[in-house]
Structures are given as structure tokens and as C-alpha cells.
Design a protein around this ligand. Structure first.
Ligand SMILES: [Zn+2]
Length: 152
């Protein structure tokens, strides 16, 4: 049974990041929250990086890791919210946090797949779940293996 949903640390008001800075996710004002769920909040990301829409879902408490059930819930909520917020796009994606700036606070970022966006090169290097708005399919995409392979 994995019904123990206790967070691994106590969520206090002023969590610090590894650099001793206050956690930016814990500091997000309520006015910037687009949607709130029992354990989650949905906001726009601080930097849009050239996307028309870029969202972040984060756990309400300052925890680094979550159990699989909670992670599944996060993807489900983000998929539902994204269907609405990314309805203008053909496809959009939820990204694995390999380039996360706040790795100590569990969150996932989603954006459209505009090739003109500033971070499109980084998108291609990030494991991601691509949701197709037309046929509703979800496919996983991984970075190109031989992208940075040095010559012989
Ligand atoms: Zn935090």
C-alpha cells in the first residue's frame, strides 16, 4: 500500500534554496495563481521565453520528491489545464525537470512547441510528454542521442 502521502519535509513559510535564497515557488503571490487544487497550484511561469502560454504546476508544500500517485495526479491536472490553456496550439508538452531552476520544490512546466521560442533548442534536449490537441494522443519524446557527439 502506498497510501502514505505525508510530505518528506514540513512545509514552513520561509524555505530556502541551496543558495540560501527564499524559494521563489513558495513566494508566488495568490493573485498569480490561475487554478488551485487540494495539493497543487497552477501559475504562469515568470519567464515566458517567447511562448504565448507557459504554465507551471507546483506542489503546495516545499518538497523535493513525491510518491508516484501524487506525480500521476500532477500530470493529470496539468493535462486537463493544458487542454484549455493551450487550445490555440496544435501540440504542447510537459517537460521533465532536467533544466529546473528550483529543483528543491516539486513542479512541472508545460508550454507550446513554438519553434521560434527562445528555449526551443533546450526543449529538444529535454525529455518531454507531447500532447496533440487534434487527435488527443500523448507521446514521449527524448533528446536526440547523437546531438552533441564529437567527431572522430
Ligand atoms: Zn518552495
Amino acid at each position: 500500500m502506498s497510501s502514505n502521502r505525508q510530505p518528506s519535509s514540513i512545509g514552513t513559510k520561509d524555505q530556502l534554496t541551496g543558495d540560501g535564497e527564499p524559494c521563489p515557488l513558495c513566494q508566488i503571490p495568490q493573485g498569480e495563481v490561475l487554478a488551485e487544487f487540494q495539493s497543487w497550484k497552477l501559475t504562469r511561469t515568470k519567464t515566458m521565453k517567447g511562448h504565448r502560454e507557459r504554465l507551471m504546476l507546483f506542489y503546495k508544500e516545499h518538497v523535493r520528491t513525491l510518491d508516484e500517485g501524487s506525480i500521476g495526479e500532477a500530470y493529470l491536472l496539468l493535462a486537463q489545464a493544458g487542454a484549455k490553456f493551450f487550445s490555440y496550439a496544435e501540440r504542447w508538452a510537459i517537460f521533465e525537470p532536467v533544466y529546473a531552476t528550483v529543483p528543491d520544490h516539486w513542479h512541472r512546466v508545460a508550454s507550446d512547441l513554438d519553434e521560434r521560442a527562445q528555449d526551443y533548442g533546450q526543449i529538444l534536449k529535454t525529455p518531454r510528454m507531447i500532447i496533440d490537441n487534434h487527435d488527443g494522443t500523448i507521446v514521449r519524446a527524448y533528446p536526440e542521442k547523437n546531438e552533441d557527439t564529437p567527431g572522430p
